[in-house]
Design a protein. Structure first.
Length: 426
């Protein structure tokens, strides 16, 4: 039809679309330049560049390789925490001074990493800690990245597209840091995939396993309640309780006492800026980077969190469209926590997968393709480039995804189980 290409003047007569309007529509509104061959070429170039960057940092750069030849990264704390489990003293991971000494003696570096995770996460670490450090590092990243690829593949029903999303800079930064955000994103993705395929118990189990990083799932229980997913809610609760009980039995009560005693230390670490603000991706850290006080930063963070909470409840009650739900929930969880680091933006691969897959099946909304491209492109300066730029781009990305999710809600099938009687019958 010519309607989308033409406009009308005041007399009601059809006039040709201007060149500028056509260019805007094709380049920005519809994103016609984002073709699959161009995306594939960009992914191939990105993969080659990343291999070169990783080779440089691992083989040449002396910034992250200690005098003893140890690759100093976040994974060091995971490996030593698992070691303490094998040695029968898991609570030592929560004694920062003693834990730091172990890392320094091993690596020969003054750079040390705290362990702020619950004891349930320690249950997964001993198999890797039984291996040599560097081999364990590689196996951990390979396994967790493979899990994320599987979750994205199930969400998109296409293995190539899933691989392209693995190239998101946040995920590469996560891999180079030896962090667990790919694991958390994989569990988040599996939770949503199982939910979309009417497997509520499996979704609850995946969600329960995700409690190894509880700050990234704060809004999920409210989403389940708003959507009426009670079986998933109870399955997740049971999984969480069973994991905690298993950690209590296998690791002993002392490790839980040590964990709870360390929580104020974690809070002080955030407030005191022990982690550089430009390495974080939360609203709170962005404000602190601009010199805003702790109190004002928290106030704004809480305000944003309340907005995210309302958005999640509205979306999960209003529609059954998983693309909209996944986007609003994932972004809302990232916007809610003040302790969100750059590599945690790996979670954005999950809503990207659902939005892209939905757009391919049902058609992209106006400005949706260009917005998705912006999220991918801006995720690069939101990771290791942020310190040099001095601009907190991190919080912008979940805000964009949240907006896309709410935008997508308008064109999705409503959740008729929660509509008023008259509207549900319409």
């Amino acid at each position: 039809m010519a309607q989308s290409f033409d406009s009308s003047d005041s007399s009601g007569l059809s006039t040709p679309e201007s060149r500028g309007a056509r260019l805007w529509r094709q380049a920005v509104r519809d994103g016609d330049w984002l073709t699959w061959d161009r995306i594939g070429f960009a992914c191939a170039c990105t993969a080659i560049s990343l291999v070169a960057v990783v080779f440089y940092f691992v083989s040449i750069s002396e910034l992250i390789v200690s005098s003893k030849g140890i690759f100093v990264a976040d994974y060091l704390s995971f490996w030593f925490s698992g070691k303490q489990v094998l040695l029968g003293s898991p609570e030592l991971a929560y004694d920062f001074d003693a834990f730091a000494r172990l890392q320094t003696e091993f690596s020969g570096s003054d750079t040390v990493f705290a362990f702020f995770y619950p004891p349930t996460y320690q249950l997964a670490l001993p198999p890797f800690s039984a291996l040599s450090y560097h081999f364990a590092f590689l196996m951990f990243i390979a396994l967790t990245t493979a899990m994320l690829w599987l979750a994205l593949k199930l969400a998109m029903r296409n293995s190539i597209w899933a691989f392209c999303l693995l190239l998101l800079p946040a995920n590469i930064f996560n891999a180079m840091s030896g962090q667990n955000s790919a694991l958390v994103a994989a569990l988040f993705g599996l939770f949503l995939v199982f939910l979309s395929r009417n497997k509520p118990v499996a979704a609850g189990i995946a969600l329960g396993l995700m409690t190894i990083k509880p700050q990234l799932g704060a809004l999920i229980p409210l989403a389940l309640i708003a959507g009426g997913y009670w079986r998933t809610f109870f399955a997740a609760s049971a999984t969480t309780v069973l994991l905690a009980a298993l950690a209590l039995v296998l690791l002993g009560p002392d490790v839980w006492v040590a964990f709870w005693q360390q929580i104020p230390v974690a809070s002080a670490t955030l407030e005191g800026g022990a982690v550089d603000w430009d390495k974080m991706a939360s609203v709170y850290s962005a404000l602190r980077l601009f010199g805003i006080s702790h109190e004002v930063g928290l106030l704004v963070q809480v305000t944003i969190a309340l907005g995210a909470l309302l958005s999640v409840c509205f979306t999960w009650r209003r529609t059954t469209c998983m693309a909209a739900r996944a986007s609003v929930l994932t972004a809302g969880c990232l916007l809610t926590t003040p302790f969100c680091l750059s590599y945690d933006l790996t979670l954005l691969t999950v809503p990207l997968a659902f939005l892209i897959a939905h757009g391919i099946r049902e058609g992209f909304l106006p400005y949706e393709k260009i917005s998705l491209a912006m999220v991918v492109l801006l995720s690069a300066p939101a990771t290791p480039l942020a310190p040099s730029l001095g601009v907190p781009i991190g919080p912008v990305l979940p805000l964009l995804i949240l907006t896309l999710g709410l935008y997508r809600t308008r064109g999705c099938e409503p959740n008729r189980t929660h509509l008023p009687v008259g509207e549900a019958r319409a």
